[in-house]
Ligand binder design. Structure first.
Ligand SMILES: [Zn+2]
Length: 114
């Protein structure tokens, strides 16, 4: 008897792995946090550079946080039994899309509309 034919169990494991990886990435970002320094010693240009870099790392962080949110939502849908269906139109999300992005909540059509 094997249970390795249960696709949902596999997906759940993948999502949990993804969750762990994203969480680690966020922790790493927290440690290497590069806030702009306001200590007058830096010139205006340098400050703007640092500010931009900070904005970019903020952007990256928000991306990771957003993805983590989608992973959590996908895990909730695995529990609900609605995983793999588009949350907008209810159609099946193509398996190749889920393989590429297991946390996907929308089918391709709906994704391009949101
Ligand atoms: Zn859809």
């Amino acid at each position: 008897m094997t249970t390795d034919n249960d696709p949902l169990a596999t997906i759940k494991m993948e999502l949990l792995e993804l969750e762990g990886e994203l969480t680690r990435r966020l922790q790493k970002m927290d440690r290497s946090d590069s806030r702009p320094k306001m200590d007058g010693a830096v010139g205006r240009l340098t400050f703007m550079d640092e500010f931009q870099q900070h904005q970019m790392s903020e952007h990256g962080r928000r991306n990771v946080e957003a993805q983590l949110g989608r992973v959590h939502a996908a895990l909730a849908r695995v529990t609900d039994g609605t995983y793999g269906k588009c949350v907008r139109c209810g159609l099946d999300i193509p398996p190749e899309r889920l393989e590429f992005m297991p946390e996907a909540a929308y089918c391709v059509q709906c994704h391009s509309r949101v």
